[in-house]
Design a protein around this ligand. Structure first.
Ligand code: HEC
Ligand code: HEC
Length: 144
């Protein structure tokens, strides 16, 4: 093969490799992950959009509230929520609740179930659809 032809093929080969690499998505980035969470302190930072969504829906149902119960309105566009903002007290309380719930599961339910992925205790376990868990005091027992 003539030397100029050889280098031509090398260039074509390299170009093909570069354009291939550009089209293959990086392993951590899944489709729909363009809106990466910016301010996660308890949940894993690389959580997928889908998983984050279902966790948030869970909180909403467990407490019987809407997203804006924990998330402040955006300063630029008050019609939208600024999910990354830590302005609302309830979001901070929720973080503590997440840590507590996680600890309860890891510490007290791990061996019991034989693995650490279970969520025996969830927000719903205590809250049952209420902002504050309701306590039903039973009437005192009458002695005979
Ligand atoms: C009970 C409180 C609560 C409710 C209700 C709630 N969230 Fe959240 N949300 C949080 C907390 C706490 C975090 C931060 C978690 C962390 O630090 O790991 C968060 C984080 C997020 C984030 C990531 C923001 C970022 O960039 O870091 C998004 C997006 C989000 N929530 C969306 C929603 C949506 C949508 C709803 C309604 C379906 C919702 N949340 C309802 C407490 C709540
Ligand atoms: C072991 C029981 C328990 C679990 C599990 C639990 N909570 Fe709570 N939570 C409580 C209690 C009790 C209160 C009320 C505390 C008070 O009155 O000061 C509360 C209060 C809150 C509040 C403040 C509500 C208010 O009106 O002051 C938020 C927000 C909250 N929890 C979010 C969560 C989230 C999110 C989860 C799941 C990650 C969760 N909680 C799991 C027991 C629990």
């Amino acid at each position: 093969m003539k030397p100029f032809l050889k280098s031509f093929f090398v260039v074509v080969g390299i170009t093909a490799m570069i354009s291939l690499a550009a089209t293959v998505p990086s392993s951590t980035q899944k489709p729909g992950d363009e809106h990466k969470a910016k301010n996660l302190k308890v949940l894993p930072k690389d959580i997928s959009h889908h998983d984050l969504d279902s966790i948030m829906d869970n909180y909403k149902a467990a407490l019987g509230v809407k997203c804006d119960y924990c998330h402040a309105r955006s300063k630029e566009d008050p019609k939208k929520l600024d999910f990354a903002s830590d302005e609302k007290e309830y979001k901070l309380i929720a973080r503590d609740m997440m840590k507590m719930t996680d600890k309860l599961n890891k510490k007290y339910f791990k061996e019991h179930e034989g693995n650490d992925n279970i969520a025996a205790i969830q927000c719903m376990t205590c809250h049952r659809g209420n902002e504050k868990p309701e306590f039903q005091l039973r009437p005192p027992r009458t002695r005979n």
